[in-house]
Design a binder for this molecule. Sequence first.
Ligand SMILES: O=C(O)c1cc(C(=O)O)c2c(n1)C(=O)C(=O)c1cc(C(=O)O)[nH]c1-2
Length: 278
Amino acid sequence: MTALAEAWNCVLPEPDGAAYDPGPAREFLPPNSRDRPLSPQELEQVLRSVGAARYHVLHPFHQRMNVGELSFAQMQAWALNRYCYQAVIPKKDALILARSDDPAFRREWRKRIVDHDGDDAGSEGGIRRWIKLAEGLGLGTQMVVSTRYALPATRYAVASYIDLVTRHSMLVAVASSLTEMFSGAAIAQRVPAMLARYDYITEETLAYFTPRLTQAPRDADFALAYVTRHADTPQRQADAVNALIAKCDMLWAMLDALDHAYGAPQRIPPGAFRPEER
Ligand SMILES: O=C(O)c1cc(C(=O)O)c2c(n1)C(=O)C(=O)c1cc(C(=O)O)[nH]c1-2
């Protein structure tokens, strides 16, 4: 097992022909899954069951966000740290794009980069919109964009996303984006909850999320079709499920770090964002 796979506590793809080992996916796969590949529909059901069990909406930090229990400082810390994730997404998508030999795949995948970086006609991309979200929460643009004040664990988590999409198969790289199957519902719940429960949050602040409601399902449908087409052996299906588990772990770890640093008592690491008293 590679050091990375050990770090993920997860079995990432072994060369074809190696002994079947489903790793953490075992928890989600049906008992006979080593004997025959699952149908595309069965595999989708397994992937959805990973989201139902491990997506970051289940994290206590997100749940407190949705019921109005986060402090202003915690909200600022969330926006500042999540900027690191936003900033890395088009880079990881460019890496995936560069790995593909298929023009049709690249044509589709490059939309993701445009969504985050903006287009030639000057449309705002997601990164700019996330900066506006952070500014709307009173953070300075430079302090956010520099990423200097992010938590150490945030940095490790987003770096591991780059690792996941570069050091493993294309199937794993694409499958790791499948958390987007669940993000639409998360956003549809989060945005009205935040508007209703935090008087300092406006629709303008949360404008980042509006296009995601159409972009995420489009991206997820394409990635799911790719995964169900290419995961055609029991091992590859387990690899795809493990990639999704690993990605859920990454998102979970980011919220764990926020909870630890900005919960009560605060345990803010040296050099990280220190909220002002309000
Ligand atoms: O707000 C959310 O809960 C959420 C989750 C995720 C995700 O599940 O990875 C993404 C996003 N938002 C998002 O806005 C986004 O652009 C995005 C891209 C990706 C990806 O892995 O390629 N995930 C997500």
